[in-house]
Design a protein around this ligand. Structure first.
Ligand SMILES: *Cc1c(COP(=O)(O)O)cnc(C)c1O
Length: 417
């Protein structure tokens, strides 16, 4: 079948050798998936998920039993007091922006102690001027970069905290940067450090791409809120749209009135009949994430063998599903993306080209042929057109699909070298 798929014996042999070297890494991913599968199952049973939960609601969505139960399930999975899990949260950026606007007031300061946040948040915060940003509402922003070795700069963080500091945002995943992703243990240590300086400072973790890559979530390590997208990890590839915020009851209530309206809060929001996918996607997510983690490790090993700088390295412990490969040349970045596109079940015949994109400063090239538009828990690769032309590979609903993508990308890149 691989030959029919255009994969040379040489590339296939390379992948087989890499897989053999990754046996322990794969076993660890399976062990994490096994734990998280039971975590999700237990949360569903504890909250008595029943057929009643799959009913459609329309209009205001008052007394939506399925929606309310799903939010209790999420709260239990993330070990928080409350959760907001909604199709009305349009994406990850919206979930994070909702959390920021929910707790920050004019005169407050937002602190990012672990480097610049994800591109789409720059306009939310006002790092790039934008209508409706936190900056426009009189919320100031402070940032502390990482140290040379990628660790937290604790001295600088201590110096950056002041009387106005209200909320700290920490991004778990690397996003479109080459920094490491942070483990839940590292994030927990940073949270303890900040709460030791002032215990009333709130901490929100951008959990995008990190969910279920470890047995614990940042909300189990002291974060007041974690937020993310349902067309990434926790949607398991099945959720058509939405986002989540899990956290303390007080924070989530504030998020709910920001999302809907003061006085309405969490009580409204019709489910429009798509709740079964929310439950089923969460149920599948641990296994889907394990497949994505394994194929990311394979991509790392294969492209390292081909001579590229990869991060994380094949044997490094992973805290998100993203694999970065420094392609060095625009043509190689495009070749990688073409290979991923050719491995898609949908739109395999189209050629990805770089173009401007809402919320991003540079042109972006994106390869994906997904069942859910824009879903990046499905096999996808993207990167901004700026040196060193790093491609970010992620997703794959099964390991075998991820592997097919890695092999096609390797074939295309080798031809373009
Ligand atoms: C994807 C992502 C976001 C934003 O999510 P969207 O759903 O694309 O709006 C934020 N932070 C990180 C780290 C991400 O990977």
């Amino acid at each position: 079948m691989y030959r029919e798929f255009g994969i040379s014996d040489e590339t296939l042999k390379l992948a087989a050798d890499c897989e053999a070297g990754l046996r322990d890494i794969f076993a660890e991913a399976d062990r994490i998936a096994e734990y998280n599968q039971l975590k999700v199952l237990h949360a569903m049973q504890k909250n008595r998920v029943s057929e009643e939960c799959f009913r459609t609601s329309t209009g205001y969505g008052h007394n939506d039993y399925g929606r309310d139960t799903l939010e209790r399930v999420y709260a239990d999975v993330f070990r928080t007091e409350n959760a907001l899990v909604r199709p009305q949260i349009t994406c990850g950026t919206h979930a994070i922006a909702t959390a920021l606007f929910a707790v920050l007031r004019p005169g407050d300061e937002l602190l990012c102690p672990a480097g610049r946040p994800y591109d789409t948040l720059h306009e939310v915060i006002g790092i790039r001027d934008s209508a409706g940003s936190l900056k426009e509402y009189g919320v100031s922003y402070r940032e502390v970069g990482l140290k040379e070795d990628g660790s937290f700069d604790y001295d600088a963080i201590r110096a950056a905290v002041n009387d106005k500091t209200k909320l700290v945002e920490i991004q778990r995943s690397r996003g479109y940067s080459e920094r490491r992703s942070f483990s839940v243990a590292e994030i927990g240590e940073l949270i303890r450090f900040i709460k030791d300086i002032r215990s009333d400072i709130l901490v929100m973790v951008d959990n995008c791409y990190g969910e279920f890559t470890e047995v614990r979530e940042p909300s189990e390590a002291g974060a007041d809120m974690v937020a993310g997208s349902l067309i990434k990890n926790p949607g398991g590839g099945l959720v058509p749209t939405g986002g989540y915020i899990c956290g303390t009851d007080e924070c989530i209530r504030q998020c709910a009135v920001r999302l809907t309206a003061p006085g309405l809060g969490q009580e409204i929001g019709a489910n429009l009949g798509i709740l079964p996918a929310f439950y089923q996607g969460l149920f599948m997510a641990p296994v889907v994430v394990a497949g994505a983690v394994k194929s990311a490790a394979l991509a790392s090993a294969v492209f390292k063998e081909l001579g590229f700088f990869v991060t994380p390295g094949p044997e490094e412990t992973r805290h998100d599903i993203i694999q970065a490969v420094r392609m060095e040349k625009p043509a190689l970045l495009e070749a990688f993306c073409l290979g991923i596109q050719e491995a898609a079940p949908v739109d395999a015949f189209v050629t990805p080209v770089p173009s401007p994109m809402e919320g991003y400063a540079d042109d972006i090239i994106m390869a994906a042929g997904t069942f859910v538009a824009g879903s990046s828990i499905e096999l996808s690769a993207d990167g901004p057109l700026r040196p060193p032309y790093t491609v970010f590979y992620q997703g794959g609903l099964s390991y075998y699909h991820g592997k097919a993508g890695v092999l096609k990308a390797a074939e295309r890149v080798r031809a373009a070298l």
